[in-house]
Design a protein around this ligand. Structure first.
Ligand code: FAD
Length: 462
């Protein structure tokens, strides 16, 4: 750290201390905990963490950033695998305590703070038989997931998470608090739906709510890995015939140490076919039944279950502090060659925590016009995420190398599009792959609202 940086950091910290913000610098006993994010691979040391409690705090933090020009990162739930919620040597605008969620059931809307997790949203909305289509792990942050698009088990029924946004409150680099919606600052509203990083600090998200009974049918069927190719073949033939209430998934994994699964199965390489029916539970059991007829199941856990609980079921399998690296591809089609390449990625997974997941898009995702929001991958039929997970640091090279190799093997079959939410380490800097033909429009909006790059500098930082 240079002397001038130190002097600047001291001035930044001093300025923040004149505000009501909870300021955490390296001398604070809470510093190491506060700089930690979900991915244990990330070890960054910001100059200061500004833990905000409300919009006024965020305005004050942005004013300090404008005055002192540090690198800036914005922290919602802290789950981005690239660790972009924290920066080295700069200012973290930490929203993790702004977790409040309120529901207006009559208006079918919910307001969520930028530190809310999907568990917070589900808890409030499900009391009314309503839902925001979210991610598949309830611990992940709503803000980062939604601002990058937001894929999940309800996507074909109700669209991406960002498609349910009605408006956001956003603090832009000039310190102005704006509401962005279809009618107010529509350019900002376009940008935050899929391209929402580096545009400003989102302080409230207003979502339109969709109906979903708390009791839903979910499918989770395990097949032996020896049947991976045959099951994928049958899955590809089945998918076009499933209604859009289902967003079917196919995964190559090892049986996790889940107490609901017999211990003798733990660690065995398997194929997983899964999905959830966004409709009446009993009807859902019938709709999902074909997912258990793709081969010879080792286990069929298809059942009527609590939606919020089903969303939390994967949480313990992706614990904070583990080491993770994700990459993904979008595919327009999955022909025989692509399917063979996909199955091959499962053969050399270096740890049981490495998983390849195929998610199905289309339906409600594809009905939103390609240019209606910044999300640039609406035409794709599948997303394949390659998620390396491990705990032993000596496996870093092997695990990251496996994910990169698997991604390379699938590249000939992919659209070339990049999903920012699944981009590990420096991969999320590739804006053209992330935003395609929307890149120039998104860049122009960033320049208009942050001409000096006060907040955008963080967006480019891995
Ligand atoms: C276990 C796990 C499961 C996942 N499952 C899914 C899934 O099912 N579907 C899916 O689509 N994605 C999924 N993801 C990816 C997820 O969408 C991203 O990790 C997302 O960034 C998480 O949001 P966050 O608020 O926790 O992120 P953070 O790490 O806090 O933030 C990520 C970035 O988003 C921006 N940001 C965050 N909050 C704000 C804000 N309020 N204003 C402006 N910018 C902000 C910042 O640029 C920040 O660097 C998963 C990730 C994990 C780790």
């Amino acid at each position: 750290m240079t002397t001038s940086t130190t002097t600047r950091d001291q001035a930044l910290v001093a300025a923040l201390r004149t505000t009501p913000i909870d300021v955490i610098d390296p001398t604070d006993a809470r510093y190491d905990e506060a700089r930690r994010v979900w991915n244990g691979l990330i070890d960054r040391r910001p100059a200061v963490i500004a833990r905000c409690r409300d919009t006024a705090d965020v305005v004050a933090a942005v004013a300090a950033a404008r005055a002192h020009r540090p690198a800036v990162s914005i922290r919602g739930g802290g789950h981005q695998v690239a660790g972009s919620a924290v920066c080295d040597d700069g200012l973290v605008i930490d929203l993790s305590e702004m977790t409040g969620v309120t529901v207006d059931a009559a208006d079918r809307t919910a307001q969520g703070g930028p530190g809310a997790r999907w568990a917070d949203v589900n808890r409030e909305t499900q009391r009314h038989g309503l839902v925001v289509p979210g991610g598949e792990v309830s611990e992940t942050g709503v803000a980062g997931l939604t601002l990058g698009g937001g894929m999940g088990a309800l996507q074909r029924a109700y669209g991406l998470s960002c498609d349910s946004l009605r408006s956001v409150e956003i603090v832009t680099a000039d310190g102005v608090v704006r509401t962005a919606s279809a009618t107010e600052h529509p350019d900002l509203f376009w940008a935050v739906r899929g391209g929402g990083r580096g545009i400003g600090v989102v302080t409230t998200m207003e979502f339109e709510l969709r109906p979903l009974d708390p009791q839903v049918a979910t499918a989770l069927v395990l097949y032996p890995s020896a049947e991976a190719a045959a099951v994928l073949d049958a899955w590809r033939r089945l998918v076009p015939h499933l209604p859009e209430t289902v967003s079917p998934e196919y995964a190559l994994w090892s049986v996790p140490p889940d107490p609901t699964i017999p211990a003798e199965m733990h660690g065995a390489p398997v194929v997983v076919a899964g999905g959830l029916h966004a409709g009446p539970a009993e009807e859902g059991l019938e709709v999902l039944a074909p997912l258990a007829r793709l081969g010879t199941p080792l286990m069929d856990a298809t059942a009527v279950t609590d939606y919020a609980a089903s969303q939390a079921a994967l949480d313990p399998l992706f614990p904070a502090g583990g080491r993770y690296f994700f990459k993904s591809h979008f595919l327009d089609e999955m022909d025989d060659d692509a399917a063979a390449a996909l199955v091959a990625t499962g053969n050399d997974r270096p740890t049981p925590g490495c998983i390849v997941v195929v998610r199905t898009l289309g339906a409600a995702v594809a009905r939103v016009g390609e240019d209606e929001s910044a999300f640039a991958h609406r035409g794709a039929r599948f997303n394949v995420s390659i998620d390396a997970g491990w705990t032993d640091p000596t496996l870093d090279t092997a695990a990251i190398g496996w994910a990169r190799g698997a991604w390379d093997a699938l590249t000939p079959f992919a659209t070339g599009g990049l999903y920012v939410n699944f981009a590990g380490l420096d991969e999320d800097a590739d804006r053209v792959s992330a935003f395609g033909s929307h890149t120039a429009r998104l860049d122009a909006i960033q320049r208009a609202y942050d001409p000096d790059g006060i907040l955008t500098s963080a967006a480019a930082r891995p």
